[in-house]
Design a protein around this ligand. Structure first.
Ligand SMILES: *[C@@H]1O[C@H](CO)[C@@H](O)[C@H](O)[C@H]1NC(C)=O
Ligand SMILES: *[C@@H]1O[C@H](CO)[C@@H](O)[C@H](O)[C@H]1NC(C)=O
Ligand SMILES: *[C@@H]1O[C@H](CO)[C@@H](O)[C@H](O)[C@H]1NC(C)=O
Ligand SMILES: *[C@@H]1O[C@H](CO)[C@@H](O)[C@H](O)[C@H]1NC(C)=O
Ligand SMILES: *[C@@H]1O[C@H](CO)[C@@H](O)[C@H](O)[C@H]1NC(C)=O
Ligand SMILES: *[C@@H]1O[C@H](CO)[C@@H](O)[C@H](O)[C@H]1NC(C)=O
Ligand SMILES: *[C@@H]1O[C@H](CO)[C@@H](O)[C@H](O)[C@H]1NC(C)=O
Ligand SMILES: *[C@@H]1O[C@H](CO)[C@@H](O)[C@H](O)[C@H]1NC(C)=O
Ligand SMILES: *[C@@H]1O[C@H](CO)[C@@H](O)[C@H](O)[C@H]1NC(C)=O
Ligand SMILES: *[C@@H]1O[C@H](CO)[C@@H](O)[C@H](O)[C@H]1NC(C)=O
Ligand SMILES: *[C@@H]1O[C@H](CO)[C@@H](O)[C@H](O)[C@H]1NC(C)=O
Ligand SMILES: *[C@@H]1O[C@H](CO)[C@@H](O)[C@H](O)[C@H]1NC(C)=O
Length: 825
């Protein structure tokens, strides 16, 4: 009986086993292994929030486990490597991965995993490589991992939010450890002493934590293979209560392979010992900046012949810069800034010809800048500011090939700015707060990539050179000099300009309104000069207050609450003078008119085309005193009249927003035309309309005409039309604004009817034809366009411009669109 049961059970089990063998093509133990690993992987996938379908795409029941993407099996059986770096995985880091008992390499870096590092991972006894860096893991490192995962060689946990102490108990068995990277977490307490048992350690990075400890001599002892030691941004101290760096550097000298030493910003104090020169021959990077290191820089440091980067900035170093330091011919970056170094810059500085960054700023260096500094032809950044250097700027600086920044500010430099030096900087030229004199070299304008020019607080004289090729300029500070002349109008071509300070000079003339094109301008100071005339209004000028214009007695404008007073000399008012002028003027005008008429007749007779014909014929250009804009430029400006640029359309045509090559933003009104070659009359009408100038009338910048293309170019009004204000729900016109707009419209119309050079009746006054500029002044537009279109359309040839405009056209005299009435009621 019991035998039968046993037999049945046996056969049942055999059957089960065989099924496993058949499905897994392997023997039972491995079949179980595979299913366990597969179950673990699928369970892991289930715990994740996958942000992209592509991640872990074929991890499902039907796919062979060893075919899973990012999974490596060994012998087609067990998962040994899981490579899931940067797969957008988020969710808690699941302990289920601990079931992958054959795992040797686990890389989950650069994801968004959160939660703790599961203590179950300590069963991953074969794990050699663990990379969980750049996630949101928190909590402590489970000590059991450091006890039990004795195969671990490389541990990367950087850039998480791990905290607590680094497990530190004795007996931790990570003897094969070669990399421990805990950079940028919140670890506290001391460096783990068991690291001294990890004799293969090559890289230790615990930077940017809250560790507090003495510099770890025990850990680096007997570590000839240590290459990288990074302890920066912790709370460390040197021996003898943070006064003695010697024991550390002596121990370090046995780390014969060390390449990088980083103890920056760790609060370490003491003198730099001579022993630093016994340091490892291959040492290439020393970062000791932002500590409490005092005393002189030992000349022995020059024995570190492979040094490429030495940063001792922000310490309490004093004494002179040892000239030996410049024997380190491979130095690329030498930063000794923010110390109390004295003496002069040794001429040997010219020996470090590989140097790319040299920063000796904010010390007490005196003497002249040695001309040998010009040998550093590969330099990108030269900072000597905030010292006590005197003498002149060596012209040898002009040899630099690739200088980005030159900062010599806050010294006592005298003499002229050598022309060859003024053109070298690619990003920043700062010579402010010296006593430089003479005029500004024209070469300043040759720095086509420069972003900052600061020459303030010197004794420069002469005029401001043209800087229009420095198109990337963001800051110009020429304040506190003795400059004269005018602000160059070309400043308007510096599109990136944010700061312009020319205060405290002797500049004069009018403020160029071209500055309106510098749309990013946010700091503007013209104070303490002798500028004259009106301050331009609107655009960027609306951002600046009277503080930008202090102490310019002859400047006027609303922002100063001061109007320009024209005080012509008294004799001009005398009746005799007026009579003389009127009589003389009339005679001259009469004679001139006669001459002109004759000349024109004669030209016509000889077949010489008149000016209008030259421009108005087949050549798509515009008129004399108005900017010439070709059809091609209009096509460019409006991106081939693209839909994206269309801002409105109506019965007369379509309006596009465009930007001319010089950056002016314009509205381009393309007129709907009947066919017919009437270019000449169109141009004449335009000429007339262009002469109409009034504050409340839309100015026509220019026109462009071809036989089958006619367009008007008008200033672009960012605030759009009154229409959009009246009929939009977000209309926020207050009563004052409404009254002002009504009065603006009335003034514009009155001018059109009574004072303009030609009488025009609008015929189509409606809110959409009233545009608002930056300061909400209303401008009436589209006057006379009906006439243009009509004349052009029928191709009528009008003999006399004056007559033709006197015969006023009009569709609807007395008609005013209801919107306007609505506004004004
Ligand atoms: C992981 O292994 C444990 C014990 O071997 C088991 O209880 C658990 O079900 C396994 N989990 C998965 C998802 O395979
Ligand atoms: C499993 O993934 C493979 C590959 O992406 C796919 O072809 C298959 O349909 C999936 N099976 C299931 C059950 O989703
Ligand atoms: C991760 O997500 C970003 C955007 O969310 C996407 O651009 C990127 O391709 C994704 N990476 C992977 C490996 O799916
Ligand atoms: C770690 O090893 C110790 C003994 O070596 C053992 O008692 C403990 O259970 C192990 N922990 C895990 C999670 O495997
Ligand atoms: C170093 O290893 C020895 C045994 O080899 C052990 O006794 C000692 O506790 C370990 N030291 C530390 C700090 O873990
Ligand atoms: C260490 O120095 C600090 C201040 O520098 C001092 O307050 C403290 O008493 C010193 N400790 C010892 C043991 O000398
Ligand atoms: C450097 O190593 C040598 C030989 O291994 C040893 O004698 C010496 O004491 C070590 N020096 C320091 C400061 O650890
Ligand atoms: C220095 O570095 C070179 C090349 O990286 C290497 O061949 C040499 O062994 C190193 N020297 C020492 C003393 O470690
Ligand atoms: C540095 O090298 C010089 C000779 O090159 C030697 O005299 C001096 O002792 C060395 N300094 C150290 C600290 O090894
Ligand atoms: C370091 O300098 C020594 C000579 O002082 C040279 O033999 C060695 O190759 C250099 N190492 C590197 C990495 O440049
Ligand atoms: C040197 O240290 C200063 C001060 O912390 C820092 O601003 C600078 O970026 C460092 N330069 C280099 C090249 O490490
Ligand atoms: C240069 O400027 C300083 C102060 O800014 C002034 O004392 C000195 O007289 C000036 N020198 C010349 C030549 O203008």
């Amino acid at each position: 009986m019991s035998f039968m049961v046993v037999k049945h059970v046996f056969f049942f089990l055999l059957h089960l086993l065989l099924r496993h063998v058949v499905t897994a093509h392997s023997y039972p133990l491995l079949a179980r292994q595979i299913s366990q690993d597969k179950a673990a992987l699928l369970a892991f996938k289930n715990t994740l929030t996958l942000q992209s379908q592509r991640a872990l795409s074929n991890w499902n029941e039907t796919t062979e486990m060893c075919e899973f993407v990012d999974v490596t099996c060994e012998q087609g059986r067990y998962v040994v490597c899981l490579q899931l770096s940067n797969r957008n995985l988020s969710g808690y880091l699941s302990p289920v991965l601990a079931n992958l008992t054959w795992l040797r390499r686990l890389d989950l870096s650069w994801n968004e995993l959160s939660g703790n590092i599961p203590r179950e991972f300590s069963s991953l006894r074969r794990l050699e490589y663990l990379d969980l860096s750049v996630n949101y893991l928190s909590g402590q490192i489970p000590a059991s991992i450091f006890y039990n995962c004795t195969s671990l060689e490389k541990i990367y946990l950087s850039a998480n939010v791990l905290s607590g102490q680094i497990p530190s108990a004795a007996g931790i068995g990570l003897r094969r450890l070669s990399v421990l990277n805990l950079y940028q977490n919140y670890f506290t307490g001391r460096l783990p002493i068991w690291l001294s048992n990890s004799s293969s350690l090559r890289q230790l990075d615990v930077s940017n934590n809250h560790l507090s400890d003495e510099l770890p001599t025990a850990i680096i002892q007997d570590k000839p293979q240590l290459k990288v030691l990074q302890l920066s941004l912790n709370y460390l101290s040197s021996h003898d209560n943070n006064t003695n760096l010697e024991p550390f550097f002596l121990t370090l000298s046995n780390c014969s392979e060390l390449v990088e030493l980083d103890i920056a910003g760790a609060g370490v104090g003491g003198f730099l010992p001579h022993a630093i020169g016994r340091g490892p021959r291959n040492l290439s990077i020393i970062l000791l900046e932002d500590n409490l290191i005092s005393g002189a820089i030992p000349p022995d440091i020059a024995n570190l012949t492979n040094l490429t980067l030495l940063n001792l900035s922000g310490n309490h170093l004093n004494g002179a810069i040892p000239k030996e330091i410049f024997r380190i011919s491979k130095l690329q970056r030498l930063i000794l800034s923010n110390n109390s170094l004295t003496g002069s810059i040794p001429p040997e500085i010219g020996n470090i010809v590989s140097v790319e960054l040299l920063d000796l700023s904010s010390n007490k260096l005196s003497g002249e800048i040695p001309s040998s500094i010009g040998n550093l032809v590969r330099i990108n950044h030269l900072y000597l500011h905030r010292n006590e250097l005197f003498g002149s700027i060596p012209a040898t600086l002009g040899r630099y090939m690739s200088l980005n920044d030159l900062d010599l500010s806050f010294n006592r430099l005298t003499g002229k700015l050598p022309g060859e030096v003024s053109g070298i900087a690619k990003v920043m030229l700062n010579l402010s707060n010296n006593q430089l004199e003479g005029s500004l070299p024209a070469k300043l304008g040759k720095m086509d990539h420069v972003q900052i020019i600061d020459l303030s607080a010197n004794n420069f004289t002469g005029v401001i050179p043209v800087l229009s090729t420095c198109v990337e300029l963001k800051l110009i500070n020429l304040s506190h000099n003795h400059l004269e002349g005018q602000l160059p109008t070309e400043l308007g071509s510096l599109r990136n300009l944010e700061t312009l300070d020319v205060s405290f000079n002797g500049l004069g003339g009018e403020i160029p309104s071209s500055l309106n094109k510098c749309t990013d301008l946010s700091f503007f100071n013209l104070s303490h000069n002798d500028f004259t005339g009106w301050i331009p209004t609107g655009g960027v000028f609306s951002r600046f207050t009277n503080l930008s214009y202090l102490e310019n007695p002859r400047l006027c404008g609303l922002v100063l609450h001061r109007a320009c007073r024209r005080r012509p000399p008294q004799w001009r008012h005398s009746p005799k003078f007026l009579i003389a002028i009127s009589v003389g003027g009339s005679v001259v005008a009469f004679l001139l008119t006669l001459c002109c008429v004759k000349l024109v007749r004669k030209m016509e007779g000889m077949g010489i085309p008149r000016r209008g014909d030259i421009f108005g014929g087949s050549s798509p250009v515009v008129k004399s005193s108005y900017p010439r804009i070709t059809y091609r430029e209009l096509v460019e400006a409006t991106e081939e009249f693209s839909q994206g640029r269309l801002v409105g359309s109506g019965s007369y045509g379509r309006v596009y927003r465009g930007m001319l090559r010089d950056g002016t933003v314009v509205a381009v009104k393309v007129l709907n035309l009947h066919t017919g070659n009437s270019t000449k009359s169109f141009n004449r009408e335009c000429q007339v309309l262009k002469r109409i100038r009034h504050r409340n009338l839309m100015r026509i910048i220019t026109a462009c005409s071809l036989p089958d293309f006619k367009a008007l170019v008008l200033p672009f009004m960012a605030n759009g039309s009154l229409d959009s204000y009246l009929y939009s729900s977000s209309s926020d016109l207050n009563l004052i604004q409404r009254v002002n707009i009504c009065s603006d419209i009335a003034e514009g119309m009155a001018y059109l009817h009574h004072h303009s050079p030609v009488k025009v009746i609008h015929c189509d006054l409606k809110p959409s034809n009233v545009l608002l500029n930056d300061d909400m002044t209303a401008l009436v537009s589209d006057f006379g366009i009906a006439r243009l279109v009509m004349n052009v359309g029928v191709g009528s040839e009008v003999e006399n411009v004056g007559n033709s405009t006197a015969n006023m056209l009009c569709g609807s005299i007395g008609y005013i669109a209801p919107g306007i009435s609505m506004l004004c009621i």
